[in-house]
Design a protein around this ligand. Sequence first.
Ligand SMILES: [Zn+2]
Length: 195
Amino acid sequence: MPGPRELLALVMRLAYNRGLINIKGGNASIREGDGFWVTPSQLPKNMLKPDDMVYVRLNGEWEGRHNPSIEYIMHLMIYREIKNIKGVLHTHNPHTLALYESGLSINPAKYIEAYSIGGCIAVVPKLPAGSKELAEKVIEALRKCRVAVLLGHGAVAATQKDIFTALDALEALEDISKVELLKAILNIKNYLKTT
Ligand SMILES: [Zn+2]
């Protein structure tokens, strides 16, 4: 069974290949021991190696050969504030952003695939990446829902299971967003035809 650092490298490669992040975007972490492993800042996310991961203790001290992701404070605060979280994944879902930035949203109850998202999707206002304010709003959101959309930014999922459960939720979010967007476009076409 691969360890947390191998799993982080794999999940980032999958998220990149799936178009959920660009080469230097997104971040992920997995809880272990006194703290958690988190992806490093800046390095290409499709070729991370286990040794690139940074270990962050719950007291905020970190060690590693790279700086931790700019969002490591958000991961740290999530583990401190919400019980039993085992992993956190943050991506930049383009279709989800297009949908929510257009003032539309998803009703997960409408889609079988939303099973992995759970019953709700929280929405967080646009706040600077890496800020404490963003971390606080994300915690508020993740107390209610497994997945939160970050306006002007992307999405985040926290899991009490393995990190692939978080990836599954963010993939489902992106796929359903795509369906909703296509539906909106087709509806406009139908509307134009009849007027
Ligand atoms: Zn981001």
